[in-house]
Design a protein around this ligand. Sequence first.
Ligand code: BES
Ligand code: MN
Ligand code: ZN
Length: 509
Amino acid sequence: MTIPSIASRSLIASKIQTDALLLPMYEDAQVRSHPDCGQDIRKQLKSVLASGDFSGRHGQTFLLPVHASRPDRILLVGLGKKNEVTAERLRQAGAKAMQALAQLKIASLAVAGAVLNELPGSPEETETPTFYLLEGALLRRYRYRKQTTSDPEDSENRCSLKSVVILGERVPTDARLLSVVIEANYLVRDLVLTPANHLSPSDLARAAKNAVGPDIRIRVLNRKAIAREGMGAFLGVAQGSHAEPKLIVMEYRGAGNGAPVAVVGKAITFDSGGISLKPSEGMEKMKYDMAGGAAVIGLMQALSRLKLKCNVVGIVPATENLPGGRALRPGDVVTSLSGKTIEIISTDAEGRLIVADAMTYARRHFSPAAIIDIATLTGACSIALGQEAIAMMGNDSRLMQRLQRAGAATYERVWEMPLYDELREHLKSDVADIKNAGGRKGSLVAAGYFLREFAADTPWVHLDIAGTAWIDREKPYFAKGATGIGVRLLLDFFRQENAGKQDTKTKRT
Ligand code: BES
Ligand code: MN
Ligand code: ZN
């Protein structure tokens, strides 16, 4: 889905020609604090507030009809009490505003956010209040293009918005960053929602090539090359499907020759479970088993658009997991790229097999300073944390702390789970170095432990997004379905790094 253009202009609200003006309002400190509105608008506000129709309660919206003057319409959105406003509450309010706007056919929107500059803001929240308000609005705006033959209007309705103008602010909102973030999130959701018969591993590789800028070096290994490389675990998963597996390698060097951070994303374009077949109920959702890989592609797009000063290599092992005639069987033993042999207990524990080989590939070819993997790895992840948090495990507490910070800043929250040494017992095999599944108990952390064996001495963090990449209950700014989780988190992680390197960069207050 395409994003609207986003730009800042130093204009006051009463001067702008726009289909709608978005006017955020606190529940307290009302009209006085709207310096960017002219006399006429302020007068109207006063009478609406006096009428009691609108109080500025968090998430409340009210459409002011404007007659024979500019702008055409004014949408008030309530932010609640001023001292209770946070970045997340701003996103939520923005989403409410977008829901109200979606019912109108508007092509242009202006936002009068000068009043919001007065917010204190917590240390992780480095952007302006208008940024978060619009972030929530634009995340809410997303719609997947349905493949229906009737009612083509439906999926286009919310897309009528073509341009957003941010009116004069003391500290200007980073409109460029906002559009890069939204574009990447939309890309991930488009990919995740695309049915598996329209998104094979080859399609995903093509999508990656189209998505990233020219300063990203992209290589794609096919089945033969993957075999030549010696990725026996990855190949094992792929052998049950006719679809050609792909290893997508995207290299971004924004900081010269230093060791990169490798980001590995699981991309099972469809997970049937293989011979350890999943129950049919809900199996249609398993097209989202490539959400980690999609997040990595979105991240690479965003890094190249922003030209961040960091080195990142994105690695996406992509394949289907199907029970074809040549499929892996329980009891089989495969030799991973690391040389470790793996006994297959369940062909449904396929994610860790392809991620493990991709991690070893990263270590062999890039000697990364750190590895972050992101994967829809276990059903137990959503049992433990529901759709509220990403499960995080790792061998490096500093790295995990930084992801924690990025999680707080973006509200793509992470929650650390323990990797006790005792978990080794879960994965002890009688016939191979390790087995790929250890039963139901502790399966979230056992999966993490399995991957740790392949990280070896490289600083590494594992992010399980099985509970958060797809939601069954809507959230304030996410409809049911794909959330595109991971891109905003990882981008914030690398922007923190970037800010650390550029001392000259003035920090927003
Ligand atoms: N892709 C699934 C995990 C998953 C389940 C993601 C539900 C999203 C929703 C993964 O490949 C899988 O099947 N994991 C198994 C592992 C088990 C066999 C050890 C699981 O969690 O049941
Ligand atoms: Mn599986
Ligand atoms: Zn899977």
